[in-house]
Design a protein. Structure first.
Lengths: 346, 319
């Protein structure tokens, strides 16, 4: 028998050293060429750089593409375009996170969270005055809005998953459309029905407007988590002789307790930054106002908005710091919701 | 011997009294959202009805919005320029947002791997949670510099095209810049819908494409994009609904001016929601009625866009 050569397994997908060197050279070439172009033409700034690098990369693919097959060349071009467009889509958010962090941290001193604007004008130095009143105002309104909305949202979720009556389609459709109501329209509605008929802008008016905007989020999330309850649990409970109301209240709802908390948190994250409805329904103030039924109240988004309207250097600094606090709050809520939500799925 | 096929037994569900009460309460709770939506529509219509009957269709098409405080001089309310401005800004936003979202969704779903993919999808979720006031703040303080530069680039080279024509040399606070900021707001929504739809593409179809010798782009072009088409349309319309109703971001970035304008690079434009926010504080009761009527028109517009959008999305993401 002749020698049988056992073929060594090849791994065509593995990058060869040659490929690595080649792509390093390409990246280097793109960098150098872009630098030359940026230096000798009028392009400047981040956007000028981005455009230059993109154009040079296209050029490189055209040059290198002569050695590739048609399929490879097409693939490379498309990949470049998709990557560039995706980066363009993500760039604004990175810019937002970065600028809010960098510009907001300037004014983030202890007094920002411990004092209000009662004795301070927006033009004062940043170590005077703060946004405590605005944070407390936002907190108060959000708590009231949650107290109104959470029960309604959970009832909607229970209706859609437990009762499944003849309005199921209608309720789901209405909740979906309600999530598209512009925030200013919600504010206008509360203004015409409540605010103008009573004492003018109040914390309660603000929380009604926020509640309208929050309800769809809470209802939809509740439905999603209630769907995760296994039917076995319901059947077991019913088989033990419990009525539907006992099954729902004592078996189904307790099972998804953390999911329902998630629903509330996501709802809060949805509305805590709402500005337009509060302009119409809650007004603004320089100190915390304790009576939710009478008198305007400050809130964090309105604080940012107002400071930005004033427009002087220190006022704009305060606006950025307010935005930083707002953004951190939203992210904290978001991560809490995600952690809790992960718990139920397991 | 004949075999009798089993007959499905008739089931009668008799609810106990407790259950009846329970079901009643839950149904009532679930229907409150319907009641609220109905109340919003009917109250805004009732408050604005006077304006609709007084001006008729001229309220939509009229070009003049002036509130007179003096006796004898009549006020005039026509929201035409603002309505057109709203649509112009939103269309600009969508023109940027839709291609970027498709690319972003394809990138996350098919090109990015490992950690990059994880970071990007996390970033996408977070971006959807950024409040609009922060977009407005960023838009006027940071983005306007870039937007102005791009707008002057466009204006200098394409100035002969009517919509890129400008009278003044000031490119900031224009519908173009506002549209770009709105695009940044809309992209998270459209991208996550597009991604959701693309991820439902049957794996076998993509693999078939590869097995036939197709490239990655070939598979995307022939399988993924056609499969996700209507979902992307739905996502774009959801984004449109958000862009049409946006208030503070547009209010902060755009220079509101009450004139019909199609010069998207010129530093003037309009938006119904910003009109309400601007005029609200200092309006007479007559103007307030007109603002409520304008709010009703905006409500109808966004509601119809949103209903169509959610119907499309629901249809494509079912299965």
């Amino acid at each position: 028998m002749s020698d049988v050569t056992i073929p060594q397994p090849t791994r065509p997908w593995q990058r060869k050293r040659q490929d690595v060197v080649r792509s390093a050279v390409s990246i280097g070439a793109v960098g150098v060429l872009s630098l030359v172009i940026v230096l000798f033409t009028g392009f400047a700034g981040v956007d000028g750089w981005a455009v230059t690098v993109f154009l040079v990369s296209v050029l490189l693919i055209i040059v290198r593409g002569r050695k590739m097959s048609v399929k490879e060349r097409g693939n490379a071009k498309v990949q470049l375009f998709i990557t560039a467009a995706a980066l363009l889509a993500f760039a604004p958010w990175i810019s937002i996170f970065g600028s809010v962090l960098v510009k907001g941290i300037v004014g983030l001193k202890l007094n920002f969270v411990t004092s209000d604007m009662r004795t301070t004008v927006p033009d004062d130095e940043l170590n005077l005055g703060g946004a405590l009143h605005a944070m407390l105002g936002s907190l108060l309104m959000v708590v009231m809005a949650t107290a109104i909305t959470l029960p309604l949202g959970i009832l909607s979720g229970v209706y859609l998953t437990e009762i499944k009556g003849r309005f199921t389609f209608l309720v789901r459709f209405v909740i979906q459309s309600m999530s598209g109501v512009p925030s200013i329209v919600a504010g206008l509605f509360v203004f015409t029905t409540y605010v103008s008929a009573t004492h003018g802008p109040t914390a309660f008016g603000g929380s009604l407007a926020l509640g309208i905007l929050m309800l769809p989020t809470v209802a939809r999330t509740s439905e999603e988590v209630l769907k995760l309850v296994p039917d076995d649990l319901r059947s077991a409970s019913l088989a033990l002789g419990a009525r539907q109301w006992r099954t729902t209240l004592m078996v189904v709802l307790p099972t998804v307790r953390s999911g329902l908390i998630t629903a509330a948190i996501l709802g809060v994250a949805r509305v805590i930054g709402e500005t337009a409805p509060l302009l119409l329904t809650a007004g603004s103030n320089t100190a915390f106002w304790f009576n939710p039924l009478k008198g305007p109240i400050a809130s964090l988004p309105i604080y940012v908005f107002g400071m930005l309207q004033i427009g002087t250097e220190y006022a704009v600094n305060r606006a950025w710091t307010g935005a930083l606090v707002l953004m951190l709050t939203v992210f904290a809520l978001f991560f809490t919701a995600r952690k809790l939500g992960g718990k139920d799925k397991r | 011997m004949n075999i009798v096929a089993p007959i499905k037994r008739e089931m009668h569900v008799v609810h106990s009294r407790g259950d009846k009460v329970f079901r009643g309460i839950v149904t009532a709770g679930a229907l409150t959202s319907l009641v609220i939506l109905g109340l919003i529509g009917s109250f805004l219509f009732a408050r604005g009805a006077q304006v609709f009957s007084q001006y008729g269709l001229k309220f939509i098409t009229g070009t003049n919005w002036s509130s007179s405080m003096e006796e004898g001089i009549p006020s005039e309310f026509g929201m035409g320029p603002m309505l057109v401005g709203t649509i112009v800004v939103s269309v600009i936003a969508l023109l940027f947002a839709v291609p970027m979202s498709i690319a972003g969704a394809l990138y996350i779903e098919f090109y990015a791997t490992g950690r990059v993919r994880k970071i990007m999808s996390g970033l996408l979720d977070l971006a959807a949670a950024i409040p609009s006031i922060i977009f407005g703040l960023w838009g006027i303080q940071i983005f306007t510099n870039f937007g102005q530069r791009w707008a002057s680039f466009l204006g200098n080279r394409l100035g002969f095209v009517p919509i890129f024509n400008t009278i003044s040399d000031n490119y900031g606070r224009s519908p173009f810049v506002a549209g770009c900021v709105l695009a940044a707001m809309v992209v998270p929504i459209t991208t996550s819908v597009a991604r959701e739809v693309y991820s439902r593409t049957p794996r076998e179809l993509i693999d078939t494409c590869y097995a036939l010798g197709g490239s990655k782009w070939g598979a995307i072009k022939t399988v993924v994009l056609p499969f996700g088409k209507s979902g992307v349309v739905g996502g774009a319309m959801l984004g449109l609904g958000r862009a049409l109703g946006e208030t503070v971001a547009v209010y902060l970035v755009l220079n509101l001016n009450f004139r019909y304008t199609f010069r998207i690079l010129e530093s003037e434009g309009g938006n119904v929601a910003s009109l309400i926010a601007t005029r609200f504080g200092e309006s007479s009761s007559e103007e307030l009625t007109a603002l409520v009527a304008a709010g009703f028109v905006l409500f109808l517009l966004t509601l119809s866009v949103n209903m169509v959008a959610s119907a499309i999305v629901a249809k494509t993401t079912r299965s």
